[in-house]
Design a protein around this ligand. Structure first.
Ligand SMILES: [Zn+2]
Length: 118
């Protein structure tokens, strides 16, 4: 067992992996219902997903973060932020039916305290 290092290189924290998966599922649900895609998200949604993953990778809070919706940092640029909010508004409630474990995890994460000083 090596000691837990406080550096965010190589293997992803399980929390961050789940976060990536959650946004992936949310975008898939949204795209399927809005853009009539059957196998994987369309180009536009794929772009959004890549952007979301990129933001997660650069998130300074990493596994200590709250959910992006509660985060005080707002690292998305406005156009992407609008889109991802729409996706979450639509897919959030549907996640409970389609991916209950991910959904519950996400809700629990939302109760995490925001970093002090916000
Ligand atoms: Zn789409």
């Amino acid at each position: 067992m090596n000691t837990v290092k406080k550096k965010t290189t190589s293997p992803l924290h399980p929390r961050m992996k789940r976060e990536r998966k959650t946004i992936e599922k949310m975008i898939a649900i949204y795209c399927r219902d809005h853009h009539n895609t059957k196998s994987g998200p369309c180009g536009e949604c794929r772009e959004l997903l890549e952007y979301a993953h990129l933001r997660l990778a650069h998130c300074p809070l990493q596994e200590n973060k709250t959910t992006c919706g509660n985060c005080p940092i707002h690292c998305y640029k406005p156009r992407m932020r609008e889109k991802v909010r729409e996706v979450m508004r639509y897919s959030g409630p549907r996640m409970i039916r389609h991916h209950p474990i991910l959904a519950v995890g996400h809700i629990v994460d939302g109760f995490r305290k925001k970093p002090k000083g916000s």
